[in-house]
Design a protein around this ligand. Sequence first.
Ligand code: AP5
Ligand code: MG
Length: 212
Amino acid sequence: MNLILLGAPGAGKGTQAELLMQKLAIPSISTGNMLREAMRNGTALGKQVKQYMDEGLLVPDELILGIVVERVAAPDCKNGFILDGVPRTLNQAEALEAKGVKIDHVVSIEIDDAVIEGRMTGRRACTACGATYHIVANPPKAEGVCDLCGGELTIRKDDAPETVRKRLEVYHASTEILKDFYAKMGKLRLIEGNQSIESANEDILAAIGAQV
Ligand code: AP5
Ligand code: MG
């Protein structure tokens, strides 16, 4: 089961990827989390991407493709994987096809821009494992501490309102077009994002025909 999760910033890709990863027992590959980890570790990649991420702009395709193609070839992906936040441009989608990365379903989590801001202001992310929380919709058991790994929860730098607006603009300009790309291939599944986390997850599992 090879899945792509598409959707605007704050649509719930990371949240749904974490649930699907547990239920389907396949890894979630989040380019955003991988890039944030590279920045924290001060690697060459981290230094190259910092300015783009801080400004809410897309990182150049060639930097993304290298890390994704290598990651999906790892042994833990042999029964499937969930791509969270990639591909994000037509060029990335075409390059994955050209490199033979097989995709079964593309789930687009649909949500109006107006709902996004409340989600982003309440989001907390684990600095150690990348797990996502919301202070109202999905709070951690202990404030400021990740349920999964005990890591520290912080507000992402790119969740500042003006950066969120930029990221939404970028989504509409460069990423939304991927829905047409995958619809033509018969792989697109549209999911209502403005409902509870659990209901959206049930809709996704039904849309991809998963038995859990
Ligand atoms: P990335 O980390 O992928 O960010 P994003 O796509 O902007 O998406 P988010 O992580 O902000 O939102 P999400 O959909 O995961 O929502 P979440 O589940 O957290 O990318 C960051 C940056 O990295 C990019 O700007 C770019 O610079 C770079 N980058 C990454 N990949 C790239 C690529 N392929 N190409 C080029 N550049 C790339 O949910 C949001 C909040 O809402 C949480 O608090 C959550 O708890 C809550 N929530 C979730 N679902 C619900 C619900 N149903 N009801 C109520 N609250 C909910
Ligand atoms: Mg995310």
